[in-house]
Ligand binder design. Structure first.
Ligand SMILES: NC(=O)c1ccc[n+]([C@@H]2O[C@H](COP(=O)([O-])OP(=O)(O)OC[C@H]3O[C@@H](n4cnc5c(N)ncnc54)[C@H](O)[C@@H]3O)[C@@H](O)[C@H]2O)c1
Length: 382
């Protein structure tokens, strides 16, 4: 099967590499020739490095599997198209409608969108039953998780086909309902937003919150370091999209602190400054390693994360097993949040949320009904 990839940016190039390494011929199309040339060069470089490290036998052989096209007409013989262009619904819809005119009737059309509705993208096609979401994580060749998101119009028979293909590509697929943020970008929101909130309230500074989450919580990166790494142009925009898509549910409310960084162009590591200043010679702030304070920070953020995971389970966004896989493979959490809930105790988690709810009188801290039921019945979640 020939795989077509639309968009040769960070995600498109990564997905193209994954498909080629799984044995497919891959056609990459981008409407920006400069981006296309850049992707061609960087893919060749990456494959060369992989050969030097002994991870692949022949970079040349893999390079032969790629073609780079400046016209969508090149997709005629493709069996699968994966779109990874700019995160704009109007543009994605136009591209899907256009590509459908070129490909065969049996070609599967997938979007790598992080936060837009797959149903809405599918509606741009005359045959929406062949459209679904295939959400890879960055960098696509490294991150195992792929969220498969059927639109409400998607042919149910397509789901096992997509799942099998992702397994063949060496990926770990999970199935997610077409709801804002799917699994990872929904459940992970409090990791960022509650950390910012704690900082805004002056309870602790960024370095201390990062320290608590990594040293006491076992997360690979603290929230501020991670947001700076992802970039506020991506991380803030996802938060805002999830918030508006959830009809302004306060649980997903973005913060002014992060919005201001975006407005200032302080995008994080890539621009040399974000929450932290990465300029040479600038010393990173030191955390306050007070374990009592650190534990309070960890428990507050963790209670919010667990609540999101439990609520996603309650609303059938994904199975319990897929929720656990998504958070451990998509954002490398040290353990699944449902398992964490069981270990910590649903009652303790609920107590934490309810005490915040009573203290703040904000809907942001409302507990999922499933968490409440599990806590009252003293039952385990998984
Ligand atoms: N970057 C991430 O961490 C990440 C992770 C998962 C999903 N995504 C999603 O993947 C998609 C792409 O993200 P990215 O980070 O690779 O973006 P990017 O800006 O690196 O690349 C986008 C590419 O699409 C091209 N493009 C834009 N409009 C086009 C059009 N109409 N036709 C053809 N090509 C067009 C651009 O020239 C550019 O090369 C987005 O939907 C994003 O939400 C991003």
């Amino acid at each position: 099967m020939i795989v077509g990839v639309i968009g040769s940016g960070a995600m498109g190039a990564g997905i193209a590499q994954v498909a080629a390494m799984a044995g497919h011929r891959v056609i990459v199309y981008d409407n920006n020739t400069t981006a296309l040339v850049k992707a061609k060069k960087s893919l060749a470089n990456t494959l060369q490095k992989l050969q030097e490290k002994g991870k692949i036998t022949s970079a040349d052989e893999l390079v032969q599997r790629f073609s780079f096209a400046d016209s969508i007409q090149a997709f005629q013989g493709c069996g699968l198209i994966i779109e990874a262009i700019v995160e704009r619904l109007d543009i994605k819809k136009a591209v899907f409608a256009e590509v459908e005119q070129v490909v065969s009737d049996t070609c599967i059309l997938a979007s790598n969108t992080s936060s837009l509705s797959i149903t809405s993208i599918a509606a741009a096609c005359s045959n929406p039953s062949r459209v679904l979401g295939l959400h890879f994580f960055n960098p696509a060749p490294v991150m195992a998780l792929v969220e498969i998101i059927p639109a409400i119009q998607t042919d149910p028979e397509l789901i096992p086909v997509a799942k099998e293909l992702m397994l063949q590509w060496g990926k770990t697929p999970v199935i997610a309902k077409d709801t804002p943020g799917f699994i990872v970008n929904r459940v992970a929101r409090p990791f960022y937003s509650e950390a910012i909130r704690i900082c805004e309230e002056g309870i602790a500074d960024m370095a201390t919150i990062d320290w608590a989450m990594t040293e006491l919580g076992g997360f690979r990166m603290g929230p501020f370091t991670l947001m700076d790494y992802i970039g506020h142009d991506v991380n803030y925009v996802v938060t805002e999209t999830v918030f508006t898509s959830f009809f302004f549910d306060p649980r997903y409310k973005p913060s002014f602190s992060q919005k201001r960084l975006l407005e200032a162009g302080w995008l994080g590591r890539k621009s040399g400054r974000g929450f932290y200043n990465y300029a040479e010679g600038v010393e990173m702030p030191a955390p306050n390693k007070d374990v009592v304070l650190g534990t309070q920070i960890l428990e507050r953020i963790l209670a919010m994360l667990i609540n999101e995971a439990v609520d996603a389970q309650y609303l059938n966004v994904a199975s319990a097993a897929d929720l656990e896989t998504a958070m451990t493979k998509g954002v490398n959490y040290p353990k699944g949040l449902l398992q964490w809930c069981d270990e910590w105790g649903a009652d303790k988690c609920l107590e934490k949320l309810d005490s915040m709810y009573h203290e703040y009188h904000e809907d942001r801290y409302r507990a999922s009904i499933l968490l409440r039921k599990q806590a009252i019945g003293n039952k385990k979640i998984v």
